[in-house]
Design a protein around this ligand. Structure first.
Ligand code: DGL
Length: 259
């Protein structure tokens, strides 16, 4: 089984791509909504939650773990790799391809505060920016809007415009979406940027990576092609009601108490 987790519903942007690339694999998706958002939390809290979730998903039969969250990847992937004996795929802002493709020599990366402040992002900048100027901007309130299912409300539009409009004056030609919630706001971002700024969503690259790791490890899909959706929130209804909007169809959601 392919296991995936995020602080909430953002990782479903990765789930969609993994489902298409590995259509005969069972996938279990866990949303840690009791602790969402991760962005403002301490490193230790994010590591503890990620480890507890990783162990739980292994107990459910995970063959591979996709950390479908930039914040958890930048903070907790080393601890996960030390503790769990399965392949682990993380997601990080696509600074490298965006910088390599830039013609104006200026790009932006949008992510949570925790991701932008992480050593991992600093290393990506040091190694791959190659003289390209990278503007770092947090999407204030964006995660909350996606969690609320407000992909196109007046407040969401205002929050997206507050970040993206100033960037239009910066002569950037690429934006790396460094939070898995943000691709759900791509239609609103595109309305502002038009075609002249390319958006980088790493979902398809992650799906290809999962595919190649499963091949390397000689794993075949096990069991029926079934999907599980789990939330750590006590009420499953909010997540269940948002699945049609975010992945195109409804599904039952289980609640899990990981305390
Ligand atoms: N979806 C997340 C990410 O990719 C986490 C957002 C949050 O919980 O703050 O960073």
């Amino acid at each position: 089984m392919i296991a995936m987790h995020d602080s909430g519903l953002g990782g479903l942007s990765i789930w969609r791509a993994v489902r298409v690339a590995l259509s005969d694999w069972p996938i279990t998706y866990l949303a840690d909504q009791a602790y969402c958002p991760y962005g403002p939390r301490s490193r230790q809290e994010i590591i503890d939650r990620s480890l507890a979730i990783g162990h739980y998903l292994m107990s459910q039969g995970a063959t591979i773990l996709v950390v479908a969250c930039n914040t958890a990847t930048t903070v907790a992937i080393s601890a996960l790799r030390r503790e769990l004996p399965i392949p682990i795929v993380g997601v990080e802002p696509a600074i490298k391809p965006a910088a390599a493709a830039s013609r104006t020599g200026r790009i932006a990366v949008l992510a949570t505060q925790a991701t932008l402040a992480s050593e991992r992002v600093q290393t990506l900048l040091d190694t791959h920016a190659n003289g390209v100027e990278v503007l770092r901007r947090p999407g204030h309130g964006w995660v909350e809007q996606v969690e609320a299912g407000e992909l196109d409300s007046a407040l969401t539009r205002a929050r997206v415009a507050a970040v993206v409009q100033p960037l239009l004056l910066e002569n950037i030609d690429h934006i790396a979406l460094g939070c898995t919630h943000y691709p759900f706001l791509s239609p609103l971002i595109r309305e502002l940027t038009g075609e002249r700024i390319a958006l980088y969503d790493p979902a398809e690259a992650i799906a290809r990576r999962v595919q190649s790791l499963l091949q390397q490890h000689g794993s075949d899909s096990i069991g029926d092609r079934c999907y599980r959706f789990i939330t750590t929130a006590p009420d499953t209804q909010p997540m269940a009601s948002m699945l049609p909007l975010l992945i195109g169809h409804g599904h039952a959601v289980e609640s899990l108490n990981l305390e």
